[in-house]
Design a protein around this ligand. Structure first.
Ligand SMILES: [Ca+2]
Length: 445
């Protein structure tokens, strides 16, 4: 009871600070506690400070798990809400959890420090940056979905966290050793190079290497040229195997040499031009480059089937449109449905989504089996995407980075423990499997 009394009294002060706003005034009435604490009690309990614009902020500052940097020199001060929407992938932020809770906005983030630096953008002084400024706002007590089944929004938060961390790090122009085979259409090579360079700029700061990325674009008519280049690059594990897979539809791959050096390939042709707008394809391949350059051949040998393609899928789809978070989430939502349907088709025909089966498919699935990557249900891509999603939901995007870095020396259980503090098998059995058993049937419909 005491706790809720404290919450209400803080809300009262925030609302009072924004007394010119009718929304806040309404809330003042709705949330008014039966007994208003005395001025002295409020002073003792609440620990706040008043910002320059008069908004009351918690002290010390509060932050939701948004992933943006908080060091004073890393928080940009932006001039317009348009610029803000380019930079900030969530709604808000609100100055405090108290303020955020007033609104029905599942993607509302909280950051006192980031609010403070950009408080001039909170024109109507309700404690939230660039959120229906001077307009009617969606209130929590008018939540249109209040009586419906709770939706899983955690995956969206994981997507936003990937975008936020990547946006928040500085960028880096990573060096390329770029080669194009003679028959490749010039504009195709350019599109692919732009996509990879864009993906490398934000992956670059995470990559602890200066070795230029050997990146090769080939046309299906240029097999001899490809094999020569492939020889020169150290005969990685793409070669004719990948060539034959790529010829019908094109596509990308990252192979690695026996010494663990990654090389990237794309096949493009008139009948399958490379995608131009979305960058998930390029982010996906650059995620593989990050993985292999970080943990080398030893990491490749301990990575379970779900790890490589699953994490590259999740991170790639999270970045589909770098400047359009809504479109990215919309397309990702339908991708999740498609992938869940592929998986449920398989499980329904093979004894169901049982714990025993999922333990095998996540913990013990043979990577060399063709259903890991190349044949339905493509566990690596499809099941792996949901395991990666749960990894980022539970431990954050940084845990994926840390896990990858730990995989250069340890076995998977030790790497996971070092990166997350949790027990790998225990996490799969107690968190991932119940999550999949709940989520996949709902998605597949
Ligand atoms: Ca505002």
């Amino acid at each position: 009871m005491e706790k809720s009394g404290l919450k209400k009294s803080t809300l009262l002060l925030v609302a009072a600070a924004a007394s010119a706003v009718s929304v806040a005034a309404t809330l003042l009435l709705v949330s008014q506690p039966e007994t208003v604490p005395s001025e002295v009690a409020v002073q003792e309990e609440k620990k706040t400070k008043t910002l320059a614009n008069g908004v009351i902020a918690p002290f010390p500052g509060e932050n939701s798990k948004h992933g943006y940097l908080l060091e004073p020199n890393r928080i940009p001060r932006l001039e317009t809400c348009e610029e803000w929407d380019e930079f900030w992938v969530y709604a808000g932020p609100a100055v405090s959890f108290e303020v955020a809770e007033k609104y029905f906005e599942p993607l509302m983030a909280v950051s006192t420090q980031i609010y403070d630096v950009n408080q001039h953008l909170d024109e109507d002084l309700d404690g939230v940056v660039c959120f229906f400024e001077n307009a009617e706002k969606p209130l929590a007590n008018k939540d249109p979905n209040k009586n419906q089944e709770p939706q899983n929004l955690a995956w969206q938060e994981a997507v936003l966290e990937v975008r936020a961390v990547i946006n928040s790090e500085s960028t880096r122009n990573y060096p390329l050793d770029f080669a194009v085979s003679p028959n490749v259409v010039e504009s195709h090579a350019k599109t692919i190079r732009n996509g990879v360079e864009q993906a490398l700029r934000f992956w670059g700061p995470f990559i602890d290497s200066d070795r230029p990325l050997a990146m090769t674009v080939v046309h299906p008519k240029d097999k001899e040229w490809f094999l020569k280049r492939w020889e020169k690059l150290g005969r990685d594990n793409t070669g004719e195997f990948w060539w034959d897979l790529a010829v019908p539809n094109g596509g990308g791959a990252v192979g690695w040499t026996p010494a663990g050096i990654p090389n990237m390939y794309f096949m493009a042709a008139e009948q399958y031009p490379p995608p131009r707008g979305p960058v998930d394809y390029y982010v996906h391949e650059v995620t593989h480059f990050f993985q292999t350059v970080t943990f080398g051949a030893s990491g490749e040998s301990i990575a379970p089937c779900w790890y490589g393609e699953g994490t590259a899928n999740f991170i790639g789809f999270s970045m589909t449109y770098t400047n359009d978070v809504d479109r990215t989430l919309e397309e990702f939502a339908s991708t999740r449905v498609d992938r869940a349907q592929i998986l449920m088709r398989f499980y329904d025909a093979n004894g169901g989504l049982t714990e025993k089966r999922l333990i095998r498919d996540i913990l013990n699935f043979p990577k060399g089996d063709e259903t890991c990557q190349h044949k339905e249900p493509a566990f690596g891509y499809n099941l792996g995407m949901f395991v990666a999603e749960k990894l980022i939901i539970d431990f954050g995007f940084q845990a994926f980075i840390d896990l990858t870095r730990e995989m250069d020396k340890a076995n998977m259980a030790n790497a996971f423990k070092a990166a997350t503090g949790a027990d790998y098998e225990g996490w799969v059995k107690e968190e991932v499997i119940p999550y999949l058993q709940r989520e996949l049937p709902i998605l597949a419909g």
